[in-house]
Design a protein around this ligand. Structure first.
Ligand code: PLP
Length: 396
């Protein structure tokens, strides 16, 4: 029995325990795999990391996969390997997590924002064209929520201008576009294995590419930029020397063991996420003022977020909606505060609110509902009930 008034206006919360918007699924198999890795010889980066990389390369259909400590460090290595640097401009979306822009900022290049296509919520190729200058060297599109960006349109712009493309595919691991895995498109793509993502290693990331030189550069940068067998030192097995300023972005066999077990469950994760989408889509079809997420054409995404848009007809604005859902103990989230609102990009690069109208219109309305494989049908029902009664309350 659902009490009448929403909790924000004096009723009882629909749930006693908070339902988060995302989260991992860990079974006994994952735990056993991690313990087994702990009993191995390496603990740190060893054969299990190599196996994890090979499985991801296979799954994405690329030559190389290089595991890193996070999606953020994957973006750093990809940007540096791509040769971005001071004086260069790299175009990206403002509707993303801050790390996407760091493929540029970490290297000293300037991140340049271009507005989004509000339907897909991803970079609009024409808006990208408008931002191109003689200094533009790269593009970092992001597949928002797992829905592919306009891959064809963006590659066309990249071809016209000879730009290096790094696809931020943190939301899109395990999906396909035009029958091809997302992440297989040139030049590089990166994934995150944070616990809210479709597959997790605790923290972790991956760079994928078909380019042998980029892959070799990334492997070196990941691990101190060391040469482990410099010419002329064949009889000195200890002789390892740094040839540049590298990093320690090595992942551990423990994380890779977790990742491998998660990959075994990828189809189950997708099936469950697709079921939840169907239940949500059906429930919200009749509610005024809720736009359900766009369905991708010619693609079979593994969606990461279920992000609705709440408009005036619903009865309250997005801020009220979020606070009302939190009062029901339902942990909705907003992805994202546009990057041109952040002090970093305003103070350093001169962006201001008002610069990207399509992004800002979407930001005013967008809310991510709880969406992860471990949600059961009563969790889904709670979300629907809470939205339903909030709508009814405001309709009166
Ligand atoms: C679009 C996007 N890019 C980059 C990242 C950074 O990934 P990580 O948290 O693994 O560093 C995230 C994840 O939070 C993300 O959602």
């Amino acid at each position: 029995m659902v009490p009448e008034k929403p909790a924000r206006y004096g009723g009882e919360p629909i749930r006693d325990e908070v339902l988060g918007y995302g989260g991992q699924s860990i079974t006994e198999r994952e735990k056993e795999a991690v313990v087994e890795a702990l009993e191995g010889d390496y603990i740190t980066r060893g054969p299990t990391v190599t196996e994890f990389e090979e499985r991801v390369a296979d799954l994405v259909g690329v030559e190389h996969a290089i595991a890193t400590t996070s999606g953020t460090t994957a973006l750093h290595l990809a940007g540096e390997a791509a040769g971005f640097g001071p004086g260069d401009e790299v175009i990206t979306t403002p509707l993303t997590f801050v790390s996407t822009a760091h493929a540029a900022t970490y290297t000293g290049a300037t991140p340049v924002f271009a507005d989004i296509d509000p339907h897909r919520r991803t970079l609009d190729p024409d808006a990208v064209r408008d931002q191109i200058t003689d200094d533009t060297v790269g593009l970092v599109p992001m597949h928002y929520a797992g829905h592919p960006a306009d891959i064809e349109g963006l590659l066309e712009v990249a071809d016209e201008q000879d730009l290096t493309v790094i696809w931020d595919a943190c939301h899109a691991f395990g999906g396909t576009w035009e029958g091809e895995p997302i992440g297989a498109q040139r030049d590089l793509a990166i994934f995150s294995f944070h616990p809210v993502k479709s597959v997790t290693t605790g923290e972790g990331g991956m760079v994928v590419t078909d380019d042998d030189d980029l892959a070799a550069r990334i492997r070196r940068l990941r691990s101190f930029d060391m040469s482990y067998d410099p010419d002329g030192h064949e009889e000195e097995p200890w002789y390892q020397v740094a040839e540049g300023v590298g990093y320690n972005y090595n992942v551990t066999d423990i994380q890779a063991a977790l990742g491998l077990t998660q990959l075994d469950r990828l189809d189950d994760f997708k099936r469950r996420r697709d079921e939840i989408i169907e239940q949500y889509d059906e429930a919200f079809a009749e509610i005024d003022g809720i736009r359900t997420p766009p369905q991708a054409a010619n693609a079979d995404p593994l969606y990461h977020l279920y992000a609705i848009e709440v408009s005036e007809e619903f009865g309250c604005d997005c801020k009220e909606f979020v606070n009302a859902m939190h009062a029901e103990n339902i942990g909705v989230q907003v992805h994202y505060v546009p990057l041109h609102f952040h002090p970093l990009f305003q103070d350093r690069y001169g962006y201001t609110e008002g610069d990207f109208p399509a992004t800002e219109r979407v930001y005013e309305r967008i809310v991510s509902l709880p969406f992860f494989p471990e949600m059961d049908s009563s969790d889904v029902r709670n979300v629907v009930q809470a939205i339903d009664r909030l709508h009814q309350y405001h309709a009166e």
